[in-house]
Design a protein around this ligand. Structure first.
Ligand code: PLP
Length: 420
């Protein structure tokens, strides 16, 4: 691999096409737009999408970007321009997708414990629906019968994913209809003559092992013969991306090869050829994102040197919520010696981003950047402690575009009603 080199735009790239924004470029963006700041790099999203497409080129596969990871309308438009479809987890995400220009047939609504009225709205919008409960399947049958196709989200009872909090297919998970309830599912399907076009599973996030997907496929293949109108098998998302140098990631080529073989060995005799659907979230947008912060205070104590930044779990909750690891660099002082720090937030809760973390010597005012900040970063942010949500910037073709303005005090008051 050739060493990284700077382009005129400040974008660093390598012969492997691995796109990264350079530290000086990130510093410039922090100066121009202020901190805390989310920055996304369009070409990295494209690189990831192309990787997926090329890995699955031999299998009939459709990709639905799991938009819950990052819904900024500019990101949705960009991902649409790459040729992807979109997966939504609320009716408002579906409406954002329509707003971004996706056609109804490109929008999949994988529902989870929602009110039936959202399913009715999804139907009226003409989008694809996956239903995850017997109760909603029954209501769907009563109202729409054979007139509108439907997918069924199943729980395969498989333990998968980086940790329990992001594991969604096991036998205590709320997600999907347990596959063991196949008899009840079929009762409803037959009673209302449902047009079941798809079977869906999503077993978790950060799944390294391709065989987990194959296990899920085997569970689904066992029941495929019951559904004669099937067109797709949706395996969800959950591909692991690297968080630091040398970190493991899902081997997408191996995964594509194994999935391709599994489908080739299961031609669905008497039924339609089955298309593979995938719902990548993190895989597309995790690595494109940088969260740039500034250091407010460096506090030396006997237990640790605390670095308090101008952020907290109100802006990036993944480390506290999921014990997620984010690589952190001091982009203002990159040549200085490494020291150990506890990087913490400035809100009135224990919000430790990293403990005992080696970072180039930190001074007050330095910019610290968090990597892998594209997925579930801004998207999970809040106004806790009445702090403002950060701005978002998209760097595309070397040009920085403000795609969400920083909130202001007025935003805190916007929906409040001074009624008493
Ligand atoms: N599909 C479904 C149904 C999900 O619940 C999720 C994540 O929660 C995803 C896709 C995307 O997962 P990831 O971002 O790990 O690819």
């Amino acid at each position: 691999m050739r060493s990284l080199h700077e382009t005129q735009t400040g974008i660093v790239s390598s012969r492997t096409m691995s796109q990264q924004l350079s530290k000086p470029h990130l510093i410039e963006l922090a100066k121009e737009f202020g901190t805390p700041l989310y920055v996304y790099h369009a070409e990295k999203i494209k690189e990831q999408y192309e990787k997926l497409k090329s890995a699955f080129s031999k299998t009939d596969t459709a990709f639905f970007y799991a938009s819950k990871a990052l819904t900024n309308i500019n990101i949705l438009k960009y991902i649409k321009s790459l040729g992807a479809n979109v997966d939504c987890s609320s009716i408002l995400e579906a409406r954002l997708a329509l707003h971004a220009g996706f056609l109804p047939k490109q929008i999949l609504y994988t529902s989870n414990g929602i009110a039936f009225s959202e399913i009715e709205e999804a139907q009226s919008l003409g989008i694809i629906i996956n239903i995850d409960s017997l109760s909603n399947l029954e209501k769907f049958g009563k109202k729409f019968g054979h007139s509108y196709p439907v997918g069924i989200r199943l729980r395969p009872n498989i333990m998968a994913g980086g940790n329990l909090k992001i594991s969604t297919g096991h036998d205590k998970s709320k997600f999907g209809i347990p596959v063991t309830q196949i008899k009840q599912i079929l009762d409803i399907v037959h009673r209302y003559d449902l047009l079941v076009h798809g079977l869906h599973i999503h077993t978790g996030s950060e799944i390294k092992d391709a065989d987990v997907f194959i296990k899920g496929i085997e569970v689904l293949f066992d029941i495929v013969p019951h559904f004669r109108d099937l067109k797709f098998i949706d395996l969800g998302g959950g591909f692991k991306v690297p968080y630091k140098k040398g970190d493991t990631e899902t081997d997408i080529h191996l995964l594509a090869q194994k999935i391709g073989e599994a489908f080739a060995n299961h031609p669905n005799p008497g039924g339609n050829p089955l298309q593979v659907w995938l719902e990548p979230g993190k895989f597309l947008v995790s690595e494109c994102g940088y969260f740039i912060t500034s250091v407010n205070v460096v506090k030396k104590t006997p237990s640790a040197t605390f670095v308090s930044i101008d952020s907290g779990f109100n802006h990036l909750i993944r480390p506290m919520f999921y014990d997620a690891y984010h690589h952190i660099e001091n982009i203002s002082n990159p040549e200085s010696p490494m020291k150990k720090y506890a990087v913490v937030g400035n809100i009135c809760e224990t919000d430790t981003f990293a403990w005992d973390r080696e970072i180039n010597e930190v001074r007050e005012g330095d910019n610290l950047v968090f990597y892998n900040a594209g997925a579930y970063g801004f998207e999970m942010s809040s106004n806790f402690n009445s702090r403002l949500r950060p701005a978002e910037v998209l760097v595309k073709n070397g040009k920085a575009h403000l795609i969400r303005r920083r909130e202001t005090f007025e935003d805190l008051l916007r929906n409040q009603v001074e009624a008493v």
